[in-house]
Design a protein around this ligand. Structure first.
Ligand code: ATR
Length: 289
């Protein structure tokens, strides 16, 4: 029951109606017996400043930040943790002693999802598709652990800029190429971990340019896309008996990191997964009429 003591957490973004975060965070609060509620707030670009003033005034304990606010939110909060400051984007805000502090849990979420699947990136070669906001946050964490990272992007200038920055910042072994390179097959074959951090493979979009026989057992494929959950790329990974890590695995891990920053308690990932499965089932029933 919601009462005067119920702590409020939330999410800001545009749009927010498709987000699974309310499902997983409310499940985690329930399972931990914490008197809290997590609410999605639809905030467009022009309303960001005002929305954050409102969240401050309402003493909201913490909130997630989705597109298109992950970069602009930095201007409206009080402190930014060093990884998030480096990446230049924030997806989790925590109210600490009255101040709003920004974090980024996309990278730790991807790292934990890989480790959970038994595919730690330590000392491994990684191939990553995409150089947008999501890719940038993930690659910052993964490239620090990998022995080598290859970054492929349709707009090669973005990949070049990101690779140069990572080489300078972490002395990481990062190279890049355009998505149209003829070397894709050999990049895929040489990688221990293949990550799709682009929006390729989302419903209605082209798939990453990978053929099934380039993948093999012992490799791991992480696809951050979760609409659909089982992407064409993960179908290929499954057929090749490679380890599959889905966008929902990453979402749950990233959500667990946010929950732990807010509550300083471990999140029940089992409950989060169960809640998502129930929600997906309900959505399927609704779609099939
Ligand atoms: P996000 O914050 O979700 O990463 P984004 O910053 O718009 O969103 O990045 C989307 C990524 O998917 C980019 O790497 C984009 O490539 P470009 O940098 O060339 O735009 C990639 N992407 C989107 N649609 C694509 C397509 N049809 N083919 C290839 N890459 C695509």
């Amino acid at each position: 029951m919601i009462s005067g003591k119920t702590a409020v957490y939330g999410l800001i973004g545009d749009p927010v109606d498709h987000s699974m975060s309310p499902v997983i965070q409310n499940a985690a609060f329930n399972s931990a017996g914490i008197d809290a509620v997590y609410i999605p707030f639809h905030v467009d670009g022009s309303g960001l400043k005002l929305a954050i003033q409102g969240l401050r005034a309402l003493k909201v304990r913490g909130f997630n930040v989705m597109a298109p606010h992950k970069v602009n939110v930095l201007r409206h909060i009080d402190k930014v943790e060093s990884l998030a400051a480096d990446i230049g984007s924030v997806n989790t805000v925590v109210r600490e002693d009255g101040q709003l502090c920004g974090y980024n849990t996309d990278g730790p979420g991807a790292l934990n999802a890989l480790e959970e699947a038994g595919a730690s990136p330590h000392g491994k070669s990684i191939l990553i598709f995409g150089a947008g906001g999501a890719s940038q946050a993930i690659i910052y964490t993964l490239a620090q652990h990998a022995s080598s990272t290859v970054l492929l992007n349709r707009t090669v200038s973005k990949a070049r800029q990101l690779a140069a920055h990572l080489r300078k910042r972490f002395k990481a072994n990062v190279t890049c190429a355009s998505l149209s390179t003829k070397q894709i097959k050999s990049f895929v074959e040489r990688a221990d971990i293949v990550v799709n951090a682009s929006s390729m493979g989302m419903k209605g979009k082209a798939n990453p340019p990978i053929e099934g026989n380039w993948l093999r057992q012992g490799q791991c494929v992480l696809d951050i896309v979760y609409d659909p959950v089982q992407t064409k790329l993960l179908d290929l990974a499954g057929a090749a008996r490679a380890i599959s890590v889905t966008g929902l695995d990453m979402l749950v891990n990233q959500g667990a990191c946010s929950f732990e920053l807010w509550t300083r308690r471990k999140a029940s990932m089992g409950e989060m997964r169960h809640a998502i499965a129930q929600k997906l089932l309900a959505m399927e029933h609704a779609e099939s009429g």
